[in-house]
Design a protein around this ligand. Structure first.
Ligand code: 13P
Ligand code: ZN
Length: 287
């Protein structure tokens, strides 16, 4: 960036919202709202920004002023910058006015506090689910050697509906979702994790989600929604879309009276799929 551009960007938001990572973030919020997964302020999104993506927009960032406690100690995230949706902000409004609805947040040296350094221009704070986002980022980053950068929470109706009829176990949800669409065991071969109903927005649900994120890229919160982890926006949105599509088929099949006896993808067929597509399906899900 030359000196003239730097001066032109100072104190503006254009440098941030024009950055490719911000464009990808904003596109996801718009696509996801159109899917019907984000009533009112439901759902939230965060992205762990790469150092080389921060450099060109550094002139747009303010000095950290106030620091807010995260409620967790995550020293592995010290010094990281995140782009995140604001608490109480509507995902459908992000595309109209990113600087009012999003924030760039810096994590302090201890990994215990965060400070808004861009955005939320009409006030506010990062999503109330920020503890779960940060815990999931920490776990997924470690598990994928730094590949995963996106954590996404949505309220998709079919997955939520299934949490009223299926046993709230990883086995029951994984087998149901794998069995409803052939691509599922290939897209999420590790399965999905499930938490019982919990109070959202704090460190307890963050710890429970983080524990499951050690194994899974999808965590269902019973009677509430879903968290997905992925390397980029396409992968993470695509994962949510695949899981929810499978849940929709399950809901439709159940609404039509359920699958006919012995009709559906069998365990043997799952094993053949795994072998042809070179994925390993954990034993506990295909017994
Ligand atoms: P926020 O508006 O704080 O992001 O909360 C929305 C939500 O889905 C809580 O689980
Ligand atoms: Zn929610």
């Amino acid at each position: 960036m030359n000196a003239l551009t730097t001066v032109a960007l100072q104190g503006t938001t254009a440098g941030v919202t024009a950055a490719p990572f911000a464009k990808g973030f904003i596109r996801l919020t718009d696509d996801a709202f159109r899917k019907g997964w984000h009533e009112r302020n439901g759902g939230n999104l965060s992205y762990r920004i790469k150092p080389e993506e921060i450099e060109p927009i550094r002139v747009c960032l303010r000095e950290p002023a106030e620091w807010a406690a995260i409620g967790l100690s995550l020293p592995e995230l010290a010094g990281e910058y995140f782009l995140v949706t604001g608490s109480g902000k509507y995902l459908r409004n992000v595309i109209e006015c990113p600087e009012d609805n999003l924030a760039i947040v810096l994590i302090d040296d201890a990994g215990e506090k965060s400070s808004v350094v861009w955005g939320l221009e009409k006030g506010g704070r990062p999503t109330s689910e920020f503890p779960t986002h940060l815990m999931s980022h920490a776990v997924a980053r470690k598990r994928t050697d730094g590949r995963h950068r996106v954590i996404y929470h949505a309220h998709p109706a079919n997955l939520i509906a299934l949490s009223f009829v299926l046993p709230l176990t990883d086995e029951a949800f994984t087998r149901e979702l794998w069995g409803m669409a052939t691509e599922c065991p290939v897209v999420f071969p590790e399965g999905v994790g499930v938490t019982p109903w919990m109070v959202p927005g704090g460190s307890e649900i963050a710890e429970a989600t983080g524990k499951l994120m050690e194994q899974y890229n999808v965590v269902v919160w019973a009677h509430h929604g879903v968290f997905c982890s992925g390397a980029d926006f396409d992968e993470t949105f695509g994962l949510m879309d695949t899981v929810e599509k499978s849940a929709e088929i399950s809901v439709k099949v159940r609404a039509m009276g359920g699958a006919r006896p012995r009709q559906g993808i069998t365990t043997r067929q799952l094993q053949r799929l795994a072998s042809d597509f070179n994925v390993t399906l954990p034993e506990k899900f295909i017994r």
